[in-house]
Design a protein around this ligand. Structure first.
Ligand SMILES: NC(=O)c1ccc[n+]([C@@H]2O[C@H](COP(=O)([O-])OP(=O)(O)OC[C@H]3O[C@@H](n4cnc5c(N)ncnc54)[C@H](OP(=O)(O)O)[C@@H]3O)[C@@H](O)[C@H]2O)c1
Length: 315
């Protein structure tokens, strides 16, 4: 869509449009499963709205204990009430988490590690798209900081609990927009030049690369990791789009997914048995990502850089 705005129909725009038509064609092939989550605990970040909230409703219906990790307690209260009402499951808990502040992430993890005896799924769903240039409390570019670094730190801090609860899973919400970006090792926080679409693409590419790098580290541990593209979904994610992009969004709207359809691949990766760890999933099946997203040398460089920036040791 940005390609049209820039005055040229570029390769990425064509790929995006093709993908939209492909997704529309696949919408009829809905996936379903009777899998239960009784006795299982799931954390979903950014579950006060959109795909995260819809995922919470479905997983709560399956009988799980659902922890919704949100930064806005007012919105989280209303979301909890709706999740409980729609699922009939009262075991839905709110915990405060702001992924743009490592202090908040550490406090959240401390509470979870102290109060929860087990954790079977960590769904790293929260995200921010194409916002104006801003920095997190730790001085990271906002999209890279929240979408990648915030979830990377959260996963690191909860990994021991996930290991003790194995079999357990980590689901990272990425996007087909990973094709818009590259990992700018020399200017990862876009301090020299900032392009909202490319920075979003970089953060979503980082989600896939870190999924692959983590899956390698967790081989044979009983903890599996998945990256998800949910589709083009009618949520609040477009809140930072400019007028021109919003008009483009209206044009493609008939080809987009409802929030319920958009939650299906996350739910699939949470409950479907025997699926390939480290994979990129779309429309409830293993899918192909770009060559940059399969670059395991870059994945390791990004891993090292992320650890350095967060001040953690994670071999
Ligand atoms: N919708 C799509 O078409 C699409 C396509 C591809 C990938 N995705 C990915 O899917 C995921 C869910 O997106 P969505 O479409 O459901 O978007 P959404 O409706 O905008 O929901 C995003 C959620 O993330 C939370 N969030 C944002 N910044 C946060 C922070 N600093 N700390 C904690 N929570 C924060 C938001 O909380 P507040 O309400 O407090 O802001 C909200 O709950 C994202 O990772 C997105 O990149 C979406």
């Amino acid at each position: 869509m940005d390609g049209i705005i820039d005055g040229k129909l570029d390769y990425i725009t064509i790929c995006s449009i093709t993908q939209l038509f492909k997704e529309k064609a696949l919408l009829c092939g809905q996936w379903s499963s009777e899998a239960r989550l009784t006795g299982k605990t799931v954390i979903i970040t950014g579950a006060n709205t959109g795909i995260g909230k819809e995922t919470a409703v479905d997983l709560a219906k399956r009988g799980g204990r659902i922890i919704i990790a949100c930064r806005d307690m007012g919105k989280a209260d209303s979301a909890r009430a709706e999740i409980v009402e729609r699922s009939g499951n009262p075991d839905v808990v709110i915990r405060g988490l702001d992924l743009s502040d490592s202090k908040s992430i550490r406090e959240f993890a401390q509470i979870i590690n102290r109060e929860e005896h087990q954790l079977h799924a960590l769904i790293n769903n929260a995200g921010v798209m194409m916002c104006p240039y801003a920095k997190t409390a730790d001085g990271f570019e906002m999209q890279f900081g929240v979408n990648h670094l915030g979830h990377f730190l959260l996963t690191f801090l909860l990994l021991e609990l996930l290991r003790r609860s194995a079999p357990s899973r980590i689901i990272n919400l990425s996007s087909m927009a990973h094709a818009w970006g590259r990992i700018q090792l020399e200017d990862v926080h876009s301090e020299r030049s900032y392009h909202p679409r490319r920075a979003y693409g970089q953060s979503k590419l980082a989600n896939i690369l870190s999924t692959r790098a983590l899956a390698r580290r967790l081989q044979d541990s009983g903890v599996t990791v998945y990256a998800v593209h949910p589709g083009i979904v009618r949520t609040e994610i477009k809140r930072h789009m400019n007028l021109a992009l919003l008009i483009s969004w209206k044009v493609v709207r008939p080809f987009t997914k409802t929030i319920q359809q958009g939650a299906q691949t996350t739910i699939y990766c949470t409950v479907e048995p025997d699926i390939q760890s480290g994979g990129y999933y779309c429309d409830c099946k293993l899918s192909s990502c770009t060559r940059a997203a399969r670059d395991d040398v870059m994945a390791e460089k990004l891993w090292e850089l992320s650890c350095q920036m967060l001040g953690i040791t994670w071999e």
